[in-house]
Design a protein around this ligand. Structure first.
Ligand SMILES: [Zn+2]
Ligand SMILES: [Zn+2]
Length: 688
């Protein structure tokens, strides 16, 4: 007996000891265990199986069936007509929602592509392999020779090649190949194959590509097929042997036509502040095969909606203080239509009531089969928020829970919290200044016929659901004492940044060449002062979830509190500069080409990713393809999201380089100026 007590004492001592080493969980363990017992990754997996029965292409009948599946399930779970419904938006390939052109409606019943010469051979048929037909293809019937154009996305790929009246065989993005080969050079249709590492390793893998016509191209669209690497190589080798290769492609159905996009909306109303909302989003569209992308996210938020509804019905959870909202969207375009119709859909710093969001896109990956891990993608500096700290804490909580579903894998959880990257609907939320985190995975089957339900794991779905549901439930009900605890967590995480920043400035300054040293000092100081502002903002953002007077008092002090640490860091940069024998009162100005103009946004939602170049004259657009322009989608998104009608171009650039690393003034200045030229921005003085 005594011995047992001794062991127990040791066990308690050990557990307290480990506890001190790990981050304490924010969430009350009773709520944690309740959520884990009611959320069900196996039910979510079953939704994945059902949703992948539909070819869920945006503005197509298959998407509509998927939307109805979700709505019917919501009804089954007890959501009334008032609390769950479909919002419908025109989608005709012309209508623009802010800067985003809606996709055309699309409906095809069957299609086949065969070799007819030098041998007869069926390559692919649709709908047997839904991904084999390029989305937004029109009907047609073509028998013609095939010509190889390589990547096929550049004019240079067509030099001295006669593609007129032929099929082209290419490996580049289907949209760009169709635009050049068919619309510009008169080819009849496109055959696309996957010629990259994963295609060569999996010779029967077929990749999803689509035609995505612009409004002015609608009448010129023909069709295209996606084939495997093995088949692509077969065609190429026959051509290389000098054989005449003739293909027959036939596509039947309605093709492109005016139609609609549907957004499924569900709400669990809050008790105390029903007008304040926390939002779960998932894109419901994609080709039929796409199980992890994103039947998984759609299924996960549907299961979260079911679980909350049941727990409320059984009265084992109280009605939340704030409302929980669920949005199933046609990716990007449908979210843009929704934002266009709902100017009130905005975050707290721009006067809105949507206080946090989690976007779930690719959340069911079987970690072992796909050699994958989960990414918790943070909200960027333009929407600095304690949400990052909350979701990271919930992920660490889930890591400690050792979740394994009976019908799921026995994988160990593997996740990383990573800086902001764009690519899904969290962009739209973040643009509206709604703090949003995305849960996602790395996945070699992405956008291919290999993305099947067999790779979707109930265990991983359960983990993703737990992280998302715990985070937003916690914030929807944040009590005064929890808000103080959260505030301390945000501060603790900031102290960790201090240590890392001390390392960063040392490396940056002592590692600089003598001629670069002054600017390295200035850029280090710029990084510190920018980090300071956003750390203070993240701490203060706790007040959006609870306005306890004690918290407000602490939040007011936080600037002074952090300030002392930052003073120390500024001292360090000076000391490093002096030690590297650069003696001056200050580093040089951080902007070599200061631009004092203040840009203002003229549209809501992120700006179409092809802007500004798609609307610039060709000679100006060419600069964006050259080596001087280096900004990727995520970086361009963040520059635009930092435009608030108050910051100057130079200030935006300085925040940007602190977040993403050194970039010349000239690049940011030109990018913003071109967006003014095409009238999606204006200079503030012009508006007076
Ligand atoms: Zn996708
Ligand atoms: Zn996706």
């Amino acid at each position: 007996m005594k011995y047992t007590l001794f062991l127990l004492t040791i066990a308690i001592f050990l557990s307290t000891f480990t506890f001190a080493q790990e981050q304490r969980d924010l969430l009350n363990p009773t709520v944690r265990d309740l959520l884990n017992s009611k959320l069900d990754g196996e039910i979510a997996k079953e939704h994945v199986v059902q949703l992948t029965k539909f070819h869920r292409v945006q503005a197509s009948p298959g998407y509509r069936e998927a939307a109805n599946y979700v709505l019917n399930k919501l009804r089954e779970y007890g959501f009334s007509e008032k609390d769950a419904y479909i919002e419908t938006f025109l989608s005709d390939g012309k209508k623009e929602y802010q800067t985003w052109q809606s996709p055309s409606g699309w409906d095809i019943t069957s299609a086949r592509l065969s070799i007819v010469q030098p041998e007869e051979f069926l390559l692919v048929s649709y709908p047997d392999i839904p991904m084999s037909l390029m989305t937004y293809s029109n009907p047609g019937d073509v028998t013609a020779e095939v010509a190889w154009v390589g990547n096929g996305t550049n004019d240079s790929d067509y030099v001295q090649k006669n593609v007129k009246g032929k099929f082209v065989l290419a490996t580049g993005s289907g949209e760009d190949v169709h635009r050049l080969a068919v619309i510009k050079y008169g080819a009849k249709a496109v055959v696309n194959y996957l010629d990259e590492k994963r295609g060569r390793e999996n010779p029967d893998m077929i990749r999803y590509t689509g035609i995505w016509p612009r409004a002015e191209e609608l009448s010129k669209v023909t069709f295209g097929f996606n084939i495997s690497n093995a088949h692509g190589e077969k065609l190429r080798s026959m051509l290389a042997e000098g054989k005449k290769v003739v293909l027959h492609g036939v596509v039947q159905g309605k093709g492109l036509h005016p139609s609609t996009m549907e957004v499924v909306v569900a709400t669990i109303r809050g008790r105390q502040f029903p007008e304040e909302e926390l939002v779960f989003t998932a894109h419901l569209d994609h080709p039929k095969e796409c199980a992890n992308d994103n039947a998984s996210g759609s299924a996960a938020i549907l299961d979260i909606a079911r679980s909350f509804k049941e727990m409320l019905k059984q009265r084992i959870l109280p009605q939340p203080n704030r409302s929980l909202k669920f949005l199933w969207v046609p990716e990007w375009y449908g979210t843009m239509a929704y934002i266009d119709a709902h100017p009130e859909f905005a975050g707290p710093t721009s006067g809105g009531k949507i206080i946090a969001g989690i976007n779930m896109d690719m959340v069911g990956e079987n970690l072992e089969l796909l050699h994958s891990k989960m990414f918790v993608v943070k909200s960027p500096w333009s929407v600095s928020s304690c949400l990052n700290d909350v979701v990271a804490n919930m992920a660490s909580m889930v890591d400690k829970m050792n979740i394994q579903k009976p019908g799921g894998s026995k994988s160990q959880f593997n996740y990383r919290v990573v800086p902001f990257r764009s690519g899904s609907d969290h962009m739209m939320m973040l643009d509206r200044k709604i703090p949003t985190v995305m849960l996602s995975h790395s996945d070699y089957t992405h956008h291919t016929t290999y993305d099947t339900p067999a790779n979707v794991d109930p265990t991983e779905l359960q983990r993703a659901e737990m992280i998302a549901a715990s985070s937003l439930w916690y914030l929807a009900n944040l009590s005064a004492s929890e808000s103080l605890d959260l505030f301390e967590l945000v501060k603790a995480n900031t102290y960790q940044h201090f240590g890392e920043m001390a390392r960063m400035v040392r490396a940056q300054i002592t590692g600089a060449k003598i001629k670069d040293l002054p600017m390295a000092w200035s850029e280090s100081d710029n990084a510190l002062s920018t980090q300071f502002v956003f750390d203070v903002e993240a701490a203060k953002s706790v007040q959006h979830f609870n306005n306890d007077p004690e918290l407000i008092k602490l939040a007011e002090q936080v600037q002074g509190h952090y300030g002392k640490r930052f003073e120390f860091l500024f001292g360090l940069t000076r000391a490093h500069a002096e030690a590297s024998s650069y003696g001056a009162d200050l580093g040089p100005p951080v902007n070599t080409q200061p631009d004092e103009r203040i840009p203002e946004r003229l549209t809501r939602g992120p700006i179409d990713l092809r802007l500004p170049w798609s609307k610039l004259p060709q000679k100006d657009a060419a600069w964006y393809e050259g080596i001087n322009f280096s900004l990727n989608d995520s970086q361009r998104f963040e520059i635009i999201n930092l435009i608030d009608g108050k910051r100057k171009v130079s200030e935006i650039r300085n925040i940007f380089i602190a977040e993403f690393g050194s970039t010349p003034d000239s690049v940011v200045n030109r990018f913003i100026s071109d967006l003014v030229k095409i009238k999606v921005l204006r200079w503030k003085s012009d508006g007076k």
